[in-house]
Design a protein around this ligand. Structure first.
Ligand SMILES: [Fe+2]
Ligand SMILES: [Fe+2]
Length: 147
């Protein structure tokens, strides 16, 4: 986590970080229930699915393309992360969210927090932060519009 670098002072990054904390907590419960073969908390799993859907959209519509634009990167720079979003959602939907899926999720989040968030802090200006904020607000107020 990047408590030391100040990125949590930027509301959109603080919001993505808070999503990560909740996603990891819910996913850990699901992975534990899967491993122990105990009944899955269906409400927790449903909350995780909807949270992941909106969170992935925030990143795919906001953070990733804004980083690509600001840094002049290739359009497919973060396509592996988008593919991982699909893999995580598939594993949860299929009811086979085991410990290796949880570790993959942890690694995904670590890459975002350590590499992408620090890049955003370095490259984003006031307009970019406003754009990212607008993407987040649009998605949170109308999550059913997310494709
Ligand atoms: Fe992500
Ligand atoms: Fe994320």
């Amino acid at each position: 986590m990047c408590d030391h670098c100040g990125c949590r002072e930027y509301p959109p990054i603080a919001e993505l970080s808070a999503d990560h904390v909740e996603i990891l907590a819910l996913a850990e419960d699901l992975a534990t229930a899967t491993r122990l073969r105990t009944p899955i908390d269906a409400a927790g799993r449903d909350r995780l699915r909807s949270l992941l859907e909106v969170h992935a959209a925030k990143e795919e519509v906001g953070l990733y393309p804004l980083l690509i634009a600001q840094m002049g990167e290739h359009a497919d720079t973060y396509s592996h992360l988008e593919e991982e979003h699909r893999d995580i959602a598939r594993a949860i939907g299929a009811g086979c969210f085991e410990h290796h899926a949880f570790y993959a999720l942890q690694r995904h989040i670590e890459e975002e927090e350590e590499i992408l968030f620090s890049s955003a802090l370095f490259w984003f200006d006031g307009d970019t932060w406003d754009d990212l904020e607008a993407v987040h607000r649009g998605l949170v107020s109308s999550p059913t519009d997310v494709g």
